[in-house]
Design a protein around this ligand. Structure first.
Ligand code: ASP
Ligand code: MG
Length: 444
């Protein structure tokens, strides 16, 4: 017997029929002898619809009221799903974030979980019931409802799994797991059978939308094995764990359709020092800002990044070059989320004189492609192949950044799709046939 946390995204519970399909799976898991805790997102596009509704009334909604509004979406789905389970002869009890003990800080719209005391949830499953918890929401110290940021139900699920010491957290979505690239863009993308938290973090941080970044961080910190899979099929999805020898993954497969052995998969004929490319992530949500003619002296960059930090921006790439315009000076380029760009540009424009630089150039249309896998940093062949492939396709590389297990390049946004497909093929990642089925279409 295992304790299984199952999270169902909006596309898995988009209407009554979908609810019934999910309820069947929940009941089957319970009847296979497991304890089941379910976390559910709002039905289909409910959250977007609620946002539109608010926008049609005001463009300055108080954040507290926004969270009150958005949290309603998950309340609808949790209660309906409980009814659907009850119809099948099991007892399900639904809980709001507050009832499930999700305590957060006060940052409406992007609250972080500060503690998790799921007493009532634990008691319910102990008593033989199925607990259904509203994802994406918690409560702050004033007992006001908060939400965790778009896609936050994944984080609720992993946090619950961690605090209940669940054996596995299953993330149900509308594709059969993680793929070597977004199957909507690369139809011949291959399914990834097993991967590590580190690689998944890099994929999620660089544009792969399959998992909420904070959920992966949480899972890594508390060693919660994740299984990302489709609620529309019985296929095994992608297992994410600490690494090859993860003993806890064994014997935990909650339904008989699965025959996957993660250890065997990860160890499969991997020549030890060959780089092992896991997949490609792409991102079109970033902008680029270049400061031209920054004086080349100590303290200048520190000052500039202080201004950027005060503007509240999260920076991704940073590159400093000899200035193309001003002899003896440097040009400093950063990339950052599109949503942070306007405020940052404004702050930097205001600091031009004090910072001693000539101008601020803001470019909106950038695309980022990231290659993720083990052993890339020390293997120059990987960069050579990546750059060669892009050059053959006539695609100019604007910026480059690396980590231990990632190589990212910035290209113009209109060439991004082509770049992703060309690189996917060049690294031998294409499947022989189209494997990916996109069942729902919203990607959650
Ligand atoms: N319903 C919320 C959203 O659409 C949370 C989630 O789906 O995880 O962002
Ligand atoms: Mg959603």
């Amino acid at each position: 017997m295992a304790l299984v946390v199952q999270k169902y995204g909006g596309s898995s519970v988009s209407d009554a029929e979908a609810m019934r399909r999910v309820a069947k799976r929940i009941v089957a898991t319970k009847r296979a002898g497991h304890k089941v805790v379910v976390v559910v997102s709002a039905m289909g596009d409910t959250t977007d619809d609620l946002l539109d509704l608010a926008a049609s009334i005001t463009d300055k909604a108080p954040q507290r009221e926004m969270d009150m509004l958005l949290s309603a979406g998950e309340r609808i789905s949790m209660s309906l799903l409980a009814m659907a389970v009850n119809e099948l002869g099991e007892t399900a009890i639904s809980y709001t974030g507050q009832q499930a003990g999700v305590q957060t800080d006060n940052h409406y719209g992007k609250a972080h979980i500060v503690s998790m005391v799921p007493e009532r949830v634990a008691r319910s499953i102990q008593d033989g019931y199925i607990a259904i918890v509203a994802g994406f929401q918690g409560v702050n110290e004033r007992k006001d409802v908060t939400t965790l940021g778009r896609g936050g139900s994944d984080t609720t699920a992993v946090a619950l799994a961690a605090s209940l010491h669940a054996d596995v957290c299953e993330i149900y979505t509308d594709v059969d797991g993680m793929f070597t690239a977004d199957p909507r863009l690369v139809p011949k993308a291959k399914q990834i059978a097993a991967t590590t938290f580190e690689e998944t973090l890099e994929m999620a941080a660089h544009g792969a939308k399959i998992l909420h970044l904070r959920a992966v961080e949480f899972a890594r910190r508390y060693h919660v094995p994740l299984h990302v899979r489709s609620s529309f099929s019985d296929k095994s999805g992608t297992w994410i764990s600490d690494g090859p020898a993860h003993p806890e993954l064994k014997g935990l497969v909650p339904d008989s359709a699965l025959t996957f052995d993660p250890e065997a998969q990860l160890m499969k004929e991997t020549p030890v020092e060959e780089p092992l490319i896991s997949g490609l992530a792409h991102d079109r949500s970033e902008d680029k800002i270049t400061l031209v003619g920054v004086p080349d002296e100590p303290g200048r960059a520190a000052h500039i990044f202080e201004i950027i930090a005060q503007a509240g921006a999260n920076i991704d790439m940073i590159v400093q070059n000899v200035s193309t315009v001003q002899p003896g000076a440097t040009d400093l380029t950063i990339t950052l989320p599109h949503a942070d760009a306007a405020d940052t540009v404004k702050a930097l424009e205001g600091a031009k004189e004090e910072g001693g630089f000539l101008k601020v150039v803001h470019t909106g249309n950038v695309g980022k492609l990231s290659l993720v896998g083990a052993g890339m940093r020390t293997n120059p062949g990987v960069s050579a192949k990546l750059f060669g492939t892009l050059s053959k396709a006539g695609i100019n590389i604007d910026m480059i950044s690396t980590s231990e297990i990632r190589l990212s390049v910035l290209v113009s946004e209109d060439q991004l799709d082509e770049a992703v497909r060309a690189v996917h093929t060049a690294f031998g990642l294409d499947a022989e046939q189209v494997e990916a089925v996109v069942y729902g279409g919203t990607g959650r």
